[in-house]
Design a protein. Sequence first.
Length: 298
Amino acid sequence: PRSFSAAELVRAAPAPLQPYLRLMRLHQPAGTWLLYLPCTWSIGLAADPGSLPDWHMLSLFGVGAVLMRGAGCTINDMWDSDFDRKVARTATRPLAAGDISTFQSFVFLGGQLSLALYVLMCLNYYSIVLGAASLPLVVTYPLMKRITYWPQLVLGLTFNWGALLGWSAIKGSCDWSVCLPLYFSGIMWTLVYDTIYAHQDKRDDIMIGVKSTALHFKEDTKQWLSGFSLAMLFSLCVAGMNCNQTFPYYSAVAAVGAHLAHQIYTLDIDKPEHCWKKFASNRTVGILLFTGIVLGNL
């Protein structure tokens, strides 16, 4: 029996279209959620006291998240197709498997970026410039695993840009006393979930010579993840205090802390399937915080 899911939608699409949908990871929406949720935090915090977040902006950023995550995955696969062929989990990706050519991927990338630019042009001028400034990070992130054990840090800088952009889209500029702690908390969060993600491929990564925080931390992973989680929670408290957040917000931060503590305590870094489930469960972290922001404003 068919279930209603992103993977089922991709499988139900016309066969010529499926490689492109898989190239942009439409069948694996966890990454899109993790890109989108920091945007929702920022949009929520920028709402006036007693008001709901701007639903038009939430929708616009949702479309942008799908497009930019798809573009990022396309760039990643174009850089990494040779590596992907050597890793069991990624060998079936469209470029690695030869389902589409590099030229076709390049044309598809141009289409995604053009649509994303159209979305960006719907924002104010400050936000257009700020959004465009993230493109070098999007393009260069896939190279980082070749030169540093901290590619997850660069991913954090990239994936949480929405924590800056959401506020500026509402207010017309950034209040750095709120936006910077929120951005930093997102970076710490990314270091948690993407280190867990990287543990899936650590054996293959050693053989092909790419780097990650999973390989750098090794058996000390849980201690590092605990430190990143504490830094995230502290930064969220700073951001909340600087925009006069209320009890529901701090309750949500506490719930986020409890979720992360359970996630890290029960983590088994030597079981790839387990690591994937822990990684994907971070959507709950983002939704908890967004709910606390909305209720805190109200």
